[in-house]
Write a new protein. Structure first.
Length: 318
């Protein structure tokens, strides 16, 4: 199996933004599906480092992008607000570029695979453009974060205040070694809601693509900093309501696989049940719960079961 150098390959959007990507390409020129893969918040395309190569054996070519402000991609322009919906637009633009570059053939549909935030992007993409999507794979993801309509004013004020404060006093980036950055990533996962964790191996995989040398440093790996845009920590100026998210599920017309971990990200049981029922009533949903935490597709002990589930779903009968 082959794939392009992760640091060198990128798509150029109409805005000039460079979206880095890595492509997991079957050795045989004849393959059966193309997949476009979206990672989670503060992660990068390395989250598919186990799933992407494994899918090559099933004849699936996977193109995994780094969202704007993540991994090796460009950061958003100064003073701009990187709203969640921009990622949906970027995903659609990447789809068009893949057609222009003959990665996708004219009329060929795409399989969307998304983890966490990336799953929410994939869901909205598939809802807005059902004619372009063949199958949908949601890894530890079942819709965007929601807020009640009556919270809108408070949410907006908090976001505006945070954005302005950040422009006047940007966050200073800490420096790390690869080892200390990996340890920090492990601690972050342990601080998330529920009983979550991430393995050292999975954390190191994400961190290696998320670090860059500090300018003026020693250049020996002892002075590194996270490359992601610090504005990713800023609160969003708006969220969907629960009813709006349900409307996106109602617009899905492709078969959908949902993979959740036994120790994954906690979700609202009532909202999840409502949205699952929407897809189940249309005969579209396959839901599997597997041992593991939020990054069960990347943790070495739990990834094989996820790979099996995704392979069986993608090569199954239509």
């Amino acid at each position: 199996m082959q794939y392009k150098n992760a640091k060198m390959a990128s798509f150029t959007l109409k805005s000039g933004t460079q979206l880095a990507y890595q492509q997991f390409k079957p050795a045989s020129a004849s393959f059966v599906k193309n997949a476009l893969c979206f990672h989670g918040w503060l992660d990068n395309s390395a989250t598919f480092s186990k799933l992407g190569p494994a899918l090559c054996a099933s004849g699936v070519q996977s193109t995994a992008i780094d969202f704007i402000g993540h991994g090796w991609s460009s950061h958003a322009a100064p003073s701009s607000v990187d709203h969640f919906l921009a990622k949906v637009m970027h995903g659609r633009e990447v789809f068009d570029i893949m057609r222009e570059e003959s990665i996708l053939q004219e009329g060929e549909k795409i399989t969307l695979i998304g983890h966490s935030m990336g799953g929410s992007v994939a869901l909205l993409f598939a809802a807005a453009y059902p004619e372009l999507v063949d199958r949908l794979v949601l890894l530890e993801s079942f819709g965007p974060v929601v807020r009640r309509a009556e919270e809108s004013v408070t949410v907006l004020r908090k976001a505006v205040d945070a954005q302005l404060a950040n422009e006047y006093k940007p966050r200073k980036k800490r420096t790390y070694t690869l080892e200390s950055a990996t340890e920090a990533r492990v601690r972050t996962a342990q601080s998330w809601p529920g009983n979550q964790s991430i393995s050292v191996e999975a954390a190191a995989c994400l961190v290696q693509r998320g670090l860059e040398p500090v300018q003026g440093g020693e250049g020996d790996g002892s002075d590194m900093q996270f490359r992601h845009d610090n504005r990713l920590y800023l609160p969003s100026p708006s969220y969907f309501t629960p009813d709006q998210v349900s409307s996106f599920f109602d617009a899905i017309s492709c078969k959908t696989l949902l993979v959740t971990g036994t120790e994954g990200w906690p979700v609202s049981p009532s909202l999840a049940a409502k949205n699952k029922a929407i897809l189940e009533n249309k005969g579209l949903l396959t839901h599997v719960t597997l041992d593991g935490s939020h990054h069960l597709h990347l943790d070495p002990e739990t990834a094989p079961a996820v790979i099996d589930a995704v392979q069986n779903f993608l090569v199954g009968e239509d």
